[in-house]
Design a protein around this ligand. Sequence first.
Ligand code: SAM
Length: 226
Amino acid sequence: MRIDVFTLFPEWFDWLRRPRHLANAAELADLELRCFNYRDHTPLRQGQVDDAPYGGGPGMVIRVDVVAAAFEAVYGVPADRVRDERRVVVLTPRGRPFDDSLAREWAEEPAVTLLAGRYEGFDERVHDHLAGEAVSLGPFVLAGGEVAAMAMVDAVGRRLPGALGNRDSLEGESFSPTLAGRTEHPHYTRPAAFRGWEVPEVLRSGDHAAVEAWRRANLGPGPGEA
Ligand code: SAM
């Protein structure tokens, strides 16, 4: 799978190649993470990528011609055709909320492109003509799309074959169909007692049916229910 991130800060993503699950995905599932800087392809002078908003107001807006030039340099096709070949996602607080089902969906794709914004975000024509969908990390405003893109790469990458040492970890984890979209039960490990804080007796009983029943009874809330 290929994930391309367009950003003003491609070097921030260097660390993202190091976590074990993503290194595994790179080696075993051909995950290729590429990062491109809008500034490297801008047709404007002095690396300009943004401009003042029509109608006035504070902040700057990332220009559509800059994003189009970056697409054409990287993909070698007209910018508005890129979304015919791969999922092109603009990151924005007003997009569809990113969730586990979207992570599963993207993990099945051969190629996804994430557009990380800065300032006031993108000229609306990026949304309308270059991207195929708009996605939000959550109902809050980040300073830029980089952290959102990193979270999404992490969530998608861990679903790729070989990313996790034990693929069973993906079954029955939070938000999975096995748990009907709910979050997982609590976990405990040794010591059985620590400063008077006890592990529930049933988990130490060796009674598998009772343990299963306890876990089912102690599932966490689903999305938005906490
Ligand atoms: N003016 C925008 C607004 O009020 O909705 C906020 C722009 S934000 C400061 C700059 C960039 O950060 C956005 O273009 C987007 O790429 C990214 N960003 C901020 N919050 C985000 C979120 N919740 N999900 C995804 N991307 C986000």
